[in-house]
Design a protein around this ligand. Structure first.
Ligand code: MD6
Ligand code: FE
Length: 216
């Protein structure tokens, strides 16, 4: 009997390993999107998206906000976590409960039970915006994973090795996809190619990415 393979591995809804302890969970966030979008609006009303300066003094193409006890910030003095939003001087908005539930359940599914994020960096990419290859190494507890949620326009995610010059793999991230990585993959270099392609039906010409971390 012949059978037809309707889905390539890339298109199936099975967890797709990106490394020994890194996984792409296709569509994992979709059931929570109706709760997440209004909560995101409330966060960015309090702490609006803004483009920060790199330590080198260049404006990042990505605009960011944060929620949670700590927020990731960048300026000419470097990258760090801060308790207050430098734009308003006030604490970052509280991490919405649906964000916390999503982060915990994705981490658990990926083999990291008990994840308790204290920081959620929210990135907004307009067409052309990109994220150069980097490591996420400003967090004190490198034993905790990072949970990354993609919404809106699709993007090509680059995942390299533990050294900048190692060749990088690629995966296209779509609306609702979640990437979790930790353990031996926690310090891998990664980035996002310039955003292009059709607008998203719900979110229009933008891609939103949340990364949940245990910073302290
Ligand atoms: C982004 N993501 O997807 C940027 N970092 O827009 C990240 O920088 C990232 O997706 C650590 C782990 C997963 C990620
Ligand atoms: Fe990162």
């Amino acid at each position: 009997m012949t059978s037809l393979n309707l889905f390539s591995e890339e298109e199936s809804l099975q967890p797709l390993p990106l490394g020994p302890q890194a996984v792409l969970l296709r569509g994992f966030a979709l059931p929570l999107v109706p709760e997440i979008l209004p909560a995101l609006d409330a966060v960015t009303k309090t702490s609006p998206f803004r483009q920060m300066l790199t330590p080198g003094g260049r404006k990042m193409s990505v605009a960011l906000s944060n929620c949670g006890r700590l927020g990731w910030v960048s300026d000419v003095h470097g990258y760090r976590y801060a308790r207050a939003d430098p734009l308003t001087g006030a604490p970052w908005p509280i991490m919405p409960d649906c964000f916390v539930r999503l982060a915990r359940s994705a981490a658990e599914k990926a083999g990291f039970p008990g994840f308790e994020p204290d920081a959620c960096l929210v990135n907004r990419y307009l067409p052309g915006a990109r994220m150069g290859l980097h490591q996420d190494r400003n967090e004190r507890d490198l034993g905790a994973p990072i949970v990354s949620v993609s919404l809106g326009m699709s993007a090509t995610f680059l995942f390299g090795g533990l050294r900048r010059n190692e060749p990088a793999g690629r995966a296209v991230l779509h609306h609702g996809d979640v990437v979790v990585w930790g353990g031996v993959d926690r310090l891998r270099y990664h980035g996002i190619l310039p955003i292009k392609g059709p607008p998203h039906p719900l979110l229009g010409q933008q891609r939103i990415n949340f990364t949940f971390r245990k910073a302290e």
